[in-house]
Design a protein around this ligand. Structure first.
Ligand code: IDP
Ligand code: MG
Length: 142
């Protein structure tokens, strides 16, 4: 997901491009203005953290752009492409390492486990995703 700062800074295309070029297949995408309740469900595991209220305010400060990418080890590789949560330690070459400075404005969200990815896809895309084949699949997978 491109967070409100990612959308505002014109990074939707950049984020999609990075995942497309890596070989991932986009199977759902949309702009959204989530409610407070929706974001509290999304970040439910962080409810007790001191930064939680600020996180919800930040996430409601503008539209987010939600994407589902499919492919080999999508969660682990996707998280590596995002970079560490705190841009202070995000490696250059990662999205956060190239475009962010502050942990509370770190551009993007990515699911941290397959289980959470499945939950988040259901939460953000109740309408489902689209299944199709990339003609170049045999050039991406052996
Ligand atoms: P993640 O986004 O890398 O999975 P989480 O620990 O799940 O990191 O935290 C969710 C989001 O909460 C982070 O991406 C960041 O925007 C925000 N956040 C995490 N830790 C802090 C903090 O210490 N201060 C302010 N915001 C934070
Ligand atoms: Mg997380």
């Amino acid at each position: 997901m491109a967070k409100p700062d990612g959308v505002d800074r014109g990074l939707i295309g950049e984020i999609i491009t990075r995942f497309e070029k890596r070989g991932f297949k986009l199977i759902a995408a949309k702009l959204a203005l989530p409610t407070k309740q929706h974001l509290e469900d999304h970040y439910g595991d962080l409810k007790e953290k001191p930064f939680f209220p600020g996180l919800i305010t930040y996430m409601q400060s503008g539209p987010v752009f939600c994407m589902v990418f499919e492919g080999l080890d999508a969660v682990k590789t996707g998280r590596a492409m995002l970079g560490a949560t705190n841009p202070l330690t995000s490696q250059p070459g990662t999205i956060r390492g190239d475009y962010a400075l502050a942990v509370g404005r770190n551009i993007c969200h990515g699911s941290d486990s397959v289980e959470n990815a499945e939950k988040e896809i259901k939460l953000w895309f109740p309408e489902g995703t689209l299944q199709y084949k990339l003609t170049q699949a045999s050039m991406i997978y052996e």
